[in-house]
Write a protein that binds this ligand. Sequence first.
Ligand SMILES: NC(=O)c1ccc[n+]([C@@H]2O[C@H](COP(=O)([O-])OP(=O)(O)OC[C@H]3O[C@@H](n4cnc5c(N)ncnc54)[C@H](OP(=O)(O)O)[C@@H]3O)[C@@H](O)[C@H]2O)c1
Length: 398
Amino acid sequence: MKALVLDAEARTANLQDVLKPSPAEGQILVEVQAISLNPIDPLYVANPLGSTGRTVGSDFAGTVSALGCNVPSSSNLEVGDRVAGFLQGACSVNERPGAFAEYLVIDWDLVFKIPDSVSTEEASGVSLVALTAAQGLYYRLGLEAPFAWDKKNMLAEHPELEPHHTEYADKSKPINVFIYSASTAVGLYGAQLARLSAKASGWTIKLFGAASKARWDMLKAEPYSYDQLVDYRDSDWSEQIINLSKGARMDYVYDCISEDSTVEQAASTLASNGKMAIVRSRDAGAWTSGPLPVEPMYGAVWEGLGADVHYGLGSNRAPVLRSPAARAFAVEFYKWVSQALGSKLRHVPIRVMPGGLERVTADGLVLLGAGTMEDREHKRTEEYMKPVSAEKLVYRFV
Ligand SMILES: NC(=O)c1ccc[n+]([C@@H]2O[C@H](COP(=O)([O-])OP(=O)(O)OC[C@H]3O[C@@H](n4cnc5c(N)ncnc54)[C@H](OP(=O)(O)O)[C@@H]3O)[C@@H](O)[C@H]2O)c1
């Protein structure tokens, strides 16, 4: 089969013929029909951790081609079903599978079934970013989730995730939630998951966001329904947030960029007992700050895969992330997504890129840059090469 394969020495990825995988016990074989790009895909092609020969890429959607042994009948999965999920790609030092290939294998419970109202292309961009937002809001910040999951087990495994004050505080007072970079794919799910949390818990959530003005109409409308927005291009955006909340400050902050000074500035909007989650770690050097009122919580979405993952750049190798509780959370989340997508949960708009796997390196990886938002600048002029804004880049396999 064809796969997009890392060339670590040349810091690129090329289309190659590789062996088609077979599903092991508890796994399914998926014929991939669409893939979607994430910033980590080009990040770890330009700064390779994996060795040459690894298949790159995270997000995919396609059809079940075969079931491995011991896939339980309770999975309700059959050959021909449309499913979506994500894999590690070449984003780790240790050997892990990637998704940008004609076929892949994955544990049966780490995919979601695509509802009829959602196309395979639309579904391909959901898994990684939606789970990132769910982990950030529901188990790092501690907002109530609209589905049941094992909090007790999570707290036993991660005692640092103590329950937040929403567990005991006055329900009649609104909770202020601030999402920095509301138009990122992660932020678009973050706002929806915050709104669904309010519905599930009975709390009133006031949603504050920072995004470019061009995205305000979209973000004020359902399903995001922001109460207040500021422009991240204004240098005083954090003061504007404090003014808009009439000095009440933020109970929860989710920084969906976490680069340069964004963490420090976003943290300055927090109430004294507030909590903050970020998407890039302090150790990786993406952001700097002086002393912060609270240490923001970071985690990598890969922990949802429940495997050992070694990653990080330079000397900042992150520790092993194997977490059965995080995997169990991902399984419950994807069960919920297979019901909610297309009705309660809206997929992020997609940009279908020209060509298939063979164009990913030349176009898609270039558009997402090699690490920071600034790295995304390029000189190409084609319409499909305009900057990514509130959307997912998708390649369709014909
Ligand atoms: N920890 C994890 O496991 C994890 C998982 C997923 C993603 N991430 C990280 O999360 C970040 C967001 O990922 P994504 O896929 O959601 O990104 P994305 O959708 O590709 O981000 C594009 C958006 O970023 C906005 N933007 C660009 N520069 C900005 C700035 N300086 N301040 C505020 N907004 C800015 C743009 O807004 P405008 O178009 O309106 O200008 C655009 O809508 C990435 O760094 C990614 O690596 C981490």
